[in-house]
Write a protein that binds this ligand. Structure first.
Ligand SMILES: Cc1cc2nc3c(=O)[nH]c(=O)nc-3n(C[C@H](O)[C@H](O)[C@H](O)COP(=O)(O)OP(=O)(O)OC[C@H]3O[C@@H](n4cnc5c(N)ncnc54)[C@H](O)[C@@H]3O)c2cc1C
Length: 366
């Protein structure tokens, strides 16, 4: 039987934004709010982060500037009062943070949905898509949708905000520099524990542990470990060793790993005339708790670049270069902070996780 071919439908917009996570939704809200015609292409379920994520108190400025603070406050996403750490000595230190020092803790599904709603309220058109492809000139997105066949979005500028898992092929991406490969191994626990409401990080020989109390009363426990060591030792053995060596709340836990995801800090650059933002280009080490903040800030910058193109103040190729330079400055500044913080833990200098990271120069030439 002859296959039915759908003729692609052409839609003309000022900006097509691929990916409706925090970066894509924020860029779309900024552009639609400025009166531009925006298509926000959304595909669910390709995200690499955690169910709930924290932002440092200083993120308030970026949340405010990007308009996301309103969503955070409406949803009541405030950080925990109690923070604990075991770092550089085997002692658990618990702090009761003043209200301004608590930062934020967002439930990602609800946060992302609220940001998307903001974008559509500002006038962006949200389109559910399957496969997408970009033409070489950076002016067309070909998108396959589950129900209506194919669309071609003709745009003056394209923003790629598809997160950490973006394949290089989508936007001719290449890795510029990355930190040693890091894997996040997690499990969700129902626990009766004195520290069940305390957000805690702990350095162990195998990496570092993150004890994150969730809004529903459970705790997400994550081990950030070295990918190579996990391959040679085995996932469960590495996990058991990390929990066995802990002195903080993870110490008494008997649980298996439920999920594993790559969490390597990586800077990628695109050689295509597109504006890449968020984790797709500038993925930070989760130790910083600044991934979301950076995604929002880079999205605002991407929106600024796209607007310059649409309004004829900049060429697409130049705007793409400006976007890349912004990411590179930020990524290297984060790298320096992360490396310095990792170096402050001196108990495990011979262990693979720490050896690989402490051997890094603080400021490599770039
Ligand atoms: C284990 C772990 C823990 C973390 N913890 C924190 C934390 O506590 N605090 C913090 O600030 N950051 C944290 N981060 C980082 C944070 O998750 C990211 O920085 C943030 O999600 C980046 O936002 P984004 O919009 O760039 O990408 P994403 O959140 O990944 O959004 C990308 C969106 O694009 C969609 N998409 C993907 N492919 C396509 C496609 N082809 N077409 C259309 N849509 C597509 C995805 O479904 C998703 O909706 C953590 C990361 C990891 C890995």
């Amino acid at each position: 039987m002859e296959k039915v071919r759908h003729t692609p439908r052409n839609v003309s917009v000022d900006v097509a934004v691929i990916g409706a996570g925090p970066a894509g939704a924020t860029a779309s809200a900024a552009l639609a709010g400025a009166g531009l015609k925006v298509a926000l292409l959304h595909r669910d379920g390709v995200r690499a982060g955690a169910a709930e994520e924290t932002l440092v108190p200083a993120a308030r400025r970026v949340l405010e500037r990007s308009g996301a603070l309103e969503c955070v406050e409406k949803l009541g996403f405030h950080g925990r009062a109690l923070h604990a750490s075991v770092w550089s000595e085997p002692v658990l230190r618990v702090r009761d943070e003043r209200e301004q020092e608590r930062g934020f803790q967002v439930e990602r599904r609800a946060f992302d949905a609220a940001l998307r709603e903001r974008a559509t309220q500002a006038g962006a058109q949200l389109v559910e898509v399957g496969q997408v492809g970009i033409d070489d000139r950076g002016h067309e997105v070909r998108a396959r949708t589950a129900d209506a066949g194919e669309f071609v979005f003709e745009a003056r500028a394209i923003i790629v905000a598809t997160g950490r898992a973006t394949p290089d092929s989508l936007a001719r991406l290449a890795t510029v520099v990355e930190l040693p490969a890091t894997l996040a191994l997690s499990t969700t626990l129902s626990v009766q524990h004195a520290l069940a409401q305390t957000n805690a990080i702990e350095a162990v020989r195998e990496g570092w542990l993150w004890w994150l109390p969730l809004a529903d009363g459970r705790v997400e426990l994550t081990l950030f470990c070295d990918r190579e060591e996990e391959r040679s030792v085995g996932r469960e053995a590495l996990w058991a060793a990390a929990l066995g060596g802990a002195v903080g709340p993870a110490r008494d836990v008997q649980a298996r790993v439920e999920r594993g995801t790559l969490a390597t800090a990586r800077l990628r650059a695109s050689s295509a005339p597109v504006l890449v933002c968020g984790d797709a280009s500038c993925a930070l080490d989760p130790l910083s708790s600044q991934g979301l903040e950076t995604a929002l800030a880079s999205a605002q910058h991407a929106a600024h670049c796209a607007r310059s193109v649409v309004e004829g103040r900049s060429e697409l190729g130049f705007a793409a270069l400006e976007r890349r330079a912004w990411d590179a400055r930020l990524w290297y500044a984060h790298r320096r902070q992360t490396v310095e913080f990792l170096r402050s833990e001196r108990r495990f200098v011979d262990a693979p996780f720490w050896r690989a990271r402490q051997a890094l120069e603080s400021t490599p030439p770039h």
